[in-house]
Design a binder for this molecule. Structure first.
Ligand code: ADP
Length: 132
């Protein structure tokens, strides 16, 4: 069984979409095995989004991701990382197909509802980062 780390972002929390996002993952046969609500601080965000730290909009991402508490979850299932990414859709909500979480609920590139690990390897690192 593979695991994936999911973060329900501030837009998801504020717009009361938590239940719907979790339902979509559960309905696809993915099982929640860990969950906590937490504030993401600068250090954790710099580590988690290190691949974006050089980009001009990085401060906006940090501001957005720390604007409200988020829900951090682990889902388990066969091929979990790839399957969750497919259910979530691409980064840009405007380009995400209807039927994906970002396509149906996301607003733009930043406010795109949830983070999900992009591979089995990333999932292992991210789970260690968020569930110490
Ligand atoms: P993903 O979340 O799909 O894995 P990335 O790792 O590239 O995508 O980016 C991480 C997060 O940074 C995105 O989910 C989004 O919230 C934000 N982001 C990425 N690209 C942009 C952009 N061009 N403008 C604003 N925010 C962005």
């Amino acid at each position: 069984m593979e695991k994936s780390l999911i973060i329900l972002k501030p837009d998801c929390m504020q717009r009361k979409l938590v239940g719907q996002v979790i339902s979509r993952l559960e309905n696809a046969g993915l099982k929640p095995i860990a969950c906590k609500i937490m504030d993401l601080d600068d250090d954790l965000l710099r580590e988690h989004y290190a691949h974006l730290a050089h980009l001009p909009f990085f401060p906006e991402i940090v501001e957005f991701m720390s604007s409200t508490p988020v829900m951090v979850m682990i889902f388990e299932g066969e091929n979990a990382a790839e399957r969750v990414r497919n259910i979530l859709g691409p980064t840009d909500s405007q380009k995400a197909p209807a039927g994906t979480i970002r396509g149906d609920f996301g607003l733009d590139k930043m406010r795109n509802i949830a983070h999900a690990s992009d591979s089995k390897d990333s999932a292992e690192k991210e789970i260690a980062r968020f569930f110490k």
